[in-house]
Design a protein around this ligand. Sequence first.
Ligand SMILES: [Zn+2]
Length: 331
Amino acid sequence: MQITPPELNTLTALIESFPQLRAKILTELTYKNQSFPVICAELGSEVADKPCVLFVGGVHGVERIGTQVILALLESLLARLDWDSQLQILLTKIRIAFVPIVNPIGLLNGTRCNGQQVDLMRNAPIDATTKVTFLVGGQRVTPLLPWYRGTKGVEPETAALISYVELLQSNASSVISLDAHSGFGLSDHIWFPFAGSHQPIKSLGQIYHLKQLYKASFPHHNHYQFSPQSLIYRTHGDIWDYLAMKQNDTPLLPLTLEMGSWAWVKKNPRQLFNFAGLFNPQKQHRHVRTLRKHTVLMQFLMDLAASRVIEDMSGELLTRQYAAAMQDWYN
Ligand SMILES: [Zn+2]
């Protein structure tokens, strides 16, 4: 009998129930004689040259709350398709893409790594140009320790996500992505490249503008600390670093949502004795609260994309926001 992580069953059931959801298998993994698909699913415009928002989860299998937050958004959108005329209009303006389970075997096993013990977020073909954080930064010494980069090149999950983002970029006027993780710190963070250097990302001015608009528009939902990931810790092989480095004319704003799980542990110290408990809220009320906590941010990203605010920034505004970002984050 095939054993699948419950989140993959949820995704498959949604695809079966909603023909409007255009799903594809990006890659098929084999593990212990079973097959596990990495699935993408899309809603909204199929026309090239429209903005695209991509929601990613489950890069680290143990951080299943990331997958669950993304699936909760997808379920909500699908439930509203029939009656929500605002959503119907939104979907004519943008494409919304989902890869909720990048690492299905990690989800199955409750591990950070994939079936080959590789940490996918250390596995992209890119080396940090600054000194990385010890161990956490990625290592090729042994798969027995976490943050293993692998020695056999790019894993199929990593390759699948990279090619999918590039495909989206080739069919879009801009791509904003949100990759949901958990496990760091007391509060929620939004990180963006680079993880492997202190250089500013090409879309820094746009990202800063996005942050400013979010802060001004939703001041009571602004529980996020925005920063380049290199200010927190430095790693090799970050997938978003790799994509951000590539020459591509389509703007990419790659955001990582890092949900602060230490707060859940602090409130429920028994979680310390359960590995998954370090990364996921264990109490029902906290779990539900986490599932709804990021709705405003995710809706904001879709509305922002549909309004083409980022694409239509004037040269003067871009220069001003870039300078402000340099001042705040790179001084
Ligand atoms: Zn993670």
